[in-house]
Ligand binder design. Structure first.
Ligand SMILES: [Zn+2]
Length: 218
């Protein structure tokens, strides 16, 4: 019994290191992601603001040429296990880089807290919850609109956060930035971002417009 268990452990450890080696080999061959001191510093600043628990052991941050992450809708990629964030160059000049970094750091925090799951392409209830608790509910809500199952995960996460809030005293009312109508305020208020979503759900297809404080894409 015990020797079988050991064998199982060895097998899974071997597999894990093999897959890490494969990943490293492919990144080395392409050699188009690199470390950037300015981006690492900004990422640390964002972590300090939203996810201070990560500061003890920050994920790796790489800047990548755009062709490494060709889908223009993708602002960054986080890889669990490797604990690596990859940010395409275009994200440094388009959109809201701070919010992109906060989004990816949310994945790192989700992994750190053992809440990661594969559903909603990594944006399941655990990630949604981590984001809402950090006061980034607006980004969770924005992301939910892009993935099948995102809306449901978002609602479940809201419920989970509310349940925790109710079981604690004093309740942390307003700490997550949630408005009375259930939407989320963006924490910075310099300019206004307007986002239009095409939503397809049980109520049919419709365009939903959200406006919130924050800087628009350049
Ligand atoms: Zn994501």
């Amino acid at each position: 019994m015990q020797s079988n268990f050991r064998k199982l452990l060895l097998t899974s450890a071997t597999r894990a290191s093999f897959s890490v080696m494969l990943t490293m080999a492919s990144v080395t061959a392409l050699a188009q992601c690199w470390q950037d001191a300015g981006l690492s510093q900004l990422t640390a600043n964002v972590a300090r603001q939203y996810f201070p628990g990560l500061l003890q052991s920050m994920p790796h941050v790489y800047l990548c040429s755009d062709d490494q992450i060709p889908d223009p809708r993708v602002g960054g990629i986080y890889t669990t296990g490797e604990r690596a964030m990859r940010i395409p160059l275009r994200s440094t000049s388009q959109g809201n880089l701070t919010m992109t970094l906060a989004h990816e750091l949310g994945h790192a925090e989700t992994e750190r807290r053992g809440l990661f799951d594969q559903s909603v392409q990594g944006h399941g209830v655990g990630w949604m919850r981590v984001m809402i608790e950090a006061g980034l509910g607006h980004e969770a809500q924005r992301t939910a609109a892009f993935f099948a199952g995102g809306g449901q995960a978002f609602q479940l996460a809201q419920q989970a956060v509310a349940d925790v809030g109710r079981s604690q005293s004093p309740p942390s009312a307003g700490a997550t930035g949630q408005r009375p109508d259930g939407s989320y305020a963006r924490p910075t208020t310099r300019c206004v971002t307007r986002i239009e979503y095409l939503i397809t759900d049980a109520n049919g297809r419709r365009v939903e417009v959200q406006e919130f404080p924050g800087c628009a894409a350049k």
